[in-house]
Design a protein around this ligand. Structure first.
Ligand SMILES: [Zn+2]
Length: 166
């Protein structure tokens, strides 16, 4: 297993999960996360969205989509609720794009937290399919997540002459 530099957002997500005693993929429960933040989750045949009305906070995931997509939609909308405020319709386009980018990042980290991934054998040829199945997310999300981990890994490979390079 190689070491890898974690980002602040990645650390924040893992810290939250550990505090909620979610250590492995079996513990990773959307219901539990939603309950903690007092968010109501509904499955409806409409595009995914979130609603904040006074003290009510809700997330709707699209029941017509496969469960993997619904899971990703949940984390995406959760990010908007937790990290963004205000209505995107009243926002300049550039700002809205920034929030979408942030939500995409957050989804990668929250759906596939590093402290749960680190026990997998990344050299296994079938790793993407295995992780996608275990975490109930799309293979696209898994491969984006793994690419990010590879990119941030600490280069402690030993070269032929035995010296460490960074
Ligand atoms: Zn969004």
């Amino acid at each position: 297993m190689f070491e890898h530099y974690t980002t602040a957002l990645e650390d924040w997500v893992s810290h939250f999960y550990k505090k909620q005693k979610m250590y492995s993929v079996q513990d990773l429960s959307i219901r539990k996360i939603a309950r903690y933040y007092h968010i109501f989750v509904h499955q409806k045949p409409v595009p995914a969205r979130h609603d904040i009305v006074h003290r009510y906070r809700g997330i709707i995931v699209d029941s017509r989509d496969p469960i993997e997509h619904q899971r990703e939609q949940f984390f995406h909308e959760l990010c908007h609720i937790l990290r963004h405020c205000g209505h995107q319709s009243m926002m300049p386009e550039a700002f809205r794009e920034l929030q979408e980018w942030d939500a995409r990042h957050f989804t990668l980290y929250a759906a596939l937290p590093y402290h749960m991934l680190r026990f997998y054998d990344f050299s296994d040829d079938l790793i993407i399919g295995t992780i996608a199945e275990d975490f109930k997310v799309t293979k696209e999300l898994v491969s984006e997540r793994l690419n990010r981990i590879y990119r941030n890994q600490k280069c402690t490979n030993t070269t032929a002459d035995g010296t460490l390079w960074y």
